[in-house]
Design a protein around this ligand. Structure first.
Ligand SMILES: Nc1ncnc2c1ncn2[C@@H]1O[C@H](COP(=O)(O)OP(=O)(O)O)[C@@H](O)[C@H]1O
Ligand SMILES: [Mg+2]
Length: 317
């Protein structure tokens, strides 16, 4: 019997629907259930062929356990090593090397000193930074957001440098990105599961939260293909199994805005019934596929092209 487990936090609709969907398929030797942890000891595996992780981005204890599970043969979705290593700045930089359009972006030192550092810790940093060059490159309005963040937390739209200085002064120890605003005609949130199944969802971020998926954008077949290619390319290079990519389309060019989400929102009330059904069905089929392919005693993780090519000395593109 191969077990598929799901590890989750406060969400309720997706985990239960996922478990029911896998089990309702009646596949011989495959069963899905909530992960149950009553202990974890180094080097021991708890018996799941696959674990879908929906929460370890918020729970370091779980993330450490998942690395141990991965080491000892579990196919963990998403690879906890990969998304422990990536961040929005790196991901944007990688996109500039593989032909995916991204907004112009710079990274800024935190406004407050990191705990246990002093001004002398920053001997390599110029004071002041080359602010005029930075502002000329990014332009205003601009977005400022944490280099590793999510859930719209500490995301600012800034209109001029005075507003920038004021808001940056509120960000404490967060390391922020300053980013060109993409003034978009259309916006899409795109699920990508298994590096192959893509669902492009019109999304209007300027609507109130509960109406964001009620967007009227209807892309041409060419634009859909273009967006699908970009979504697949991003996910192949980063190595996410289960991710969403936000694309802002300006002058017909889809810019990648937010594309490294280890546990993208999948709640029924959030994404709407049809998208929910797609995510449940696609995730269930993909988890079964990974359970069938899982081999005991070896790594069963997905590694993206960036890692694979870097480790084997193959050019990035
Ligand atoms: N460069 C940008 N241009 C236009 N809109 C942006 C840009 N960056 C962020 N936004 C808007 O802010 C929202 C939140 O930013 P995002 O990068 O998705 O952060 P989070 O990871 O917290 O969701 C996006 O959904 C989008 O509506
Ligand atoms: Mg986002």
């Amino acid at each position: 019997m191969k077990k598929i487990g799901i590890l989750f936090g406060q969400e309720r609709s997706f985990p239960m629907a996922f478990i029911e969907r896998v089990n309702s398929k009646g596949i011989e030797n495959i069963v899905a259930e909530p992960v149950r942890i009553d202990k974890s000891a180094q080097g021991l595996n708890s018996g799941y062929a696959v674990i879908i992780d929906r929460i370890s981005q918020d729970v370091p204890f779980y993330r450490a356990i998942l690395k141990n599970e991965a080491l000892t043969g579990t196919a963990v979705i998403n690879n906890p090593f990969w998304w422990s290593a990536d961040d929005k700045y790196f991901n944007n930089s990688l996109m500039t090397q593989i032909g995916v359009p991204v907004p112009k972006t710079v990274i800024l030192p935190s406004y407050d000193l990191p705990t246990d550092t002093k001004p002398e810790s920053f001997s390599n940093l110029a004071y002041p930074l080359a602010w005029d060059e930075i502002f000329a490159y990014v332009g205003f309005p601009a977005y400022m957001k944490p280099y590793a963040g999510g859930g719209w937390k500490s995301v600012y739209k800034l209109h001029d440098k005075e507003e920038f200085y004021q808001k940056h002064g509120e960000t404490e120890q967060l390391v922020m990105l300053l980013q060109e605003e993409i003034v978009f005609e259309e916006y899409y949130r795109c699920y990508c599961i298994g590096g192959k199944h893509v669902r492009i969802m019109p999304y209007e971020p300027r609507n109130p939260h509960h109406l964001r998926y009620q967007a009227e954008f209807s892309p041409s077949p060419e634009r859909l293909r273009l967006m699908e290619d970009i979504v697949l390319r991003i996910n192949h290079y980063l190595g996410y199994d289960f991710n969403t990519v936000e694309l802002a389309v300006k002058d017909g060019v889809p810019y990648a805005i937010d594309f490294g989400n280890p546990a993208p929102d999948a709640e029924r009330a959030g994404v709407g019934e049809e998208n929910f059904e797609w995510v449940v069905e696609t995730a269930a089929n993909y988890a079964i596929e990974r359970a069938v392919a899982q081999k005991e005693g070896q790594s069963n993780l997905t590694w993206g092209e960036y890692i694979k090519r870097s480790a084997t000395g193959v050019p990035l593109i």
